[in-house]
Design a protein around this ligand. Structure first.
Ligand code: BV8
Ligand code: ZN
Length: 246
């Protein structure tokens, strides 16, 4: 076993409570583009931070609608990978294991995780941008060039994700802060650590005395907080933390 993996396993075995924060990187091996490389092909010329914002939606609701319909189709085609499955196994093995995700896909749930804190919502759920009433998108509405209209107020229907400039669901953020404040070890997996307030969670954990283990092929702004850095793909490394797939 490589010495970093051994050090991470040691920390986890000496931790009564383990928490985990995932980003788009945990879904990369499932073929879901990460947020920064989400701009492949025909979307290459658009800035995701613009499309994923109320202003972007106001400027061109049809463009944003079509971008989300394309991403949703990609998520539905994707399958959970060994990293998602290892995290579901951690929830089964370690009482109190908390999984916090920035991702809007449902791959953690499809891998068997049952208690997932979604900080940024869910791309497969929809509501009216004006009155907030929820909306089930019909198959034919997915091919519409413009978003469907709300039956109650006529407003534009949008995905129930948190856009840039929008506040996170208070209950999710509070649960995430409580989990990272209480944990003895925090796994930070597949995140560039650029988006706030999610990127603040590892700092809160560290200040509360937690050890921090980063799993990411690349270092990033959060690496300075890291006790152990595992530089590689989470689909390969996470099973090794459980002694699977040596
Ligand atoms: C808010 C849903 C209050 C939509 C998303 C404080 C300081 C600075 C800025 C701010 C601040 N507070 C607020 C802001 C503004 C803004 C922000 O953070 N901007 C940044 C860019 C500077 N934050 C907000 O607006 C938030 N709202 O704070 O409300 C408020 C209100 C008004 C005014 C001010 C404040 C809302 C943020 C939520 C935005 N919504 N998603 C959608 O998905 O369409 S964020 C979106 O981007 C994703 O959900 C995800 O969270 C984020 C992308 O981050 P990552 O997941 O890290 O993915 P990324 O592609 O960046 O990196 C992938 C990583 O994986 C890389 O490190 C790579 O190396 C690694 N990797 C690749 N392959 C693998 C791998 N790792 C492991 N294995 C592999 N195989
Ligand atoms: Zn409405």
């Amino acid at each position: 076993m490589n010495p970093s993996i051994a050090a991470a396993v040691e920390i986890l075995h000496n931790s009564a409570l383990v928490a985990c924060l995932t980003g788009a990187g945990v879904s990369a091996e499932s073929g879901v583009p990460t947020f920064r490389d989400a701009q492949t092909g025909l979307w290459a010329r658009y800035d995701p931070q613009r499309l994923a914002s109320p202003q972007g939606f106001a400027d061109d609701p049809g463009l944003v609608w079509r971008w989300y319909m394309a991403r949703l189709a990609g998520v539905e085609r994707a399958m959970p990978n060994a990293g998602h499955r290892a995290l579901a196994e951690m929830e089964r093995r370690w009482p109190g294991f908390a999984l916090i995700t920035q991702n809007v896909d449902d791959l953690h749930e499809r891998a068997g995780s049952t208690n997932v804190i979604h900080l940024h919502g869910n791309i497969a759920r929809f509501h009216c941008h004006d009155c907030g009433s929820s909306h089930n998108v019909q198959i034919e509405e997915r091919t519409f060039p413009q978003p469907p209209r709300c039956a109650l107020c006529g407003g534009n229907i949008r995905p129930s994700v948190v856009w840039f400039g929008e506040t996170l669901p208070h209950s999710s953020l509070a649960a995430a802060v409580a989990a990272v404040s209480a944990c003895d070890a925090l796994l930070v997996i597949g995140t560039s650590g650029l988006v706030y307030p999610a990127a603040e969670l590892p700092l809160i954990a560290k200040r509360a005395g937690s050890r921090v283990i980063e799993i990411n092929p690349e270092p990033g702004p959060l690496s300075v907080l890291t006790d152990v850095a595992l530089r590689g793909p989470s689909g390969e490394l996470l099973p090794q933390l459980l002694g699977i797939g040596e």
